[in-house]
Design a protein around this ligand. Sequence first.
Ligand code: IPD
Length: 264
Amino acid sequence: MAQPVELLALAVSVARSASDLANRMRAEGVSGVTTKSTATDVVTAADRAVERHVREELARARPGDAVLGEEYGADRDAPVRWILDPIDGTVNYLYDLPQYAVSLAAEVGGVVVAGVVRNAATGREWTAVRGGGAFAGQRRLAVSGETDLGQALVGTGFGYAAERRLHQARVLAGLIGHIRDIRRFGAASIDLCLVAEGSLDAYYEKGLNAWDHAAGGLVAAEAGALVTGLDGAPPGPDMVVAAPPALHTQLHDRLSALGAAGGP
Ligand code: IPD
């Protein structure tokens, strides 16, 4: 069985070539744009090509591992499973906004042990190995020291279905008067890494899939964030809350009181 550091090394190398492919395809003009769950949930030829590339590279290096990817789903059961968002922030990719990432995590026995998030547009890269800290290049990351929710800059995101968005907007309306401000950058994996480096004090979102938060969640946790769901639940589709411990309690309790994990 490979060690987490070896899995991370492979993840980083694959994420880099995957980012190059995404950028080359972006430079040629975005093509093959279609929609998925709703009319605003877009997918491009690049999302699919990058996922195929990553699957090929992983299969070459470690045949037999499982992959769960946003565009092609799950393949098999295996002790090591890779969790991939080939382009997190597809809408940003479409609009050429430099905030989209390849997000790749390695899970062993159901536990995420290594992860990389690479902003393909800027080349910024965040990595973590469970128990080994979180890094941006050689720089070890630490969450912000903010302890007052009223002074916290909070990231979030919205789903693609109208009913879900309405629910998320109501929750945001209940939160916005109790925080410094809100940011919506459009790539959950990067948002979690911004929490890790203290550029956001906290982040929350309902409706994320594992490929959106597996790698970034590990980076945030290894930088000192608590990464959970609400009311004792693990991070998952109902809610992901990431924040330094003192802030986490306040944000968690307010989101819980607002019924943020419920609804569509
Ligand atoms: C989306 C982004 C966005 C978040 C959405 C995700 P995608 O992922 O991470 O920031 O708000 O919930 O679905 O569709 O660009 O891979």
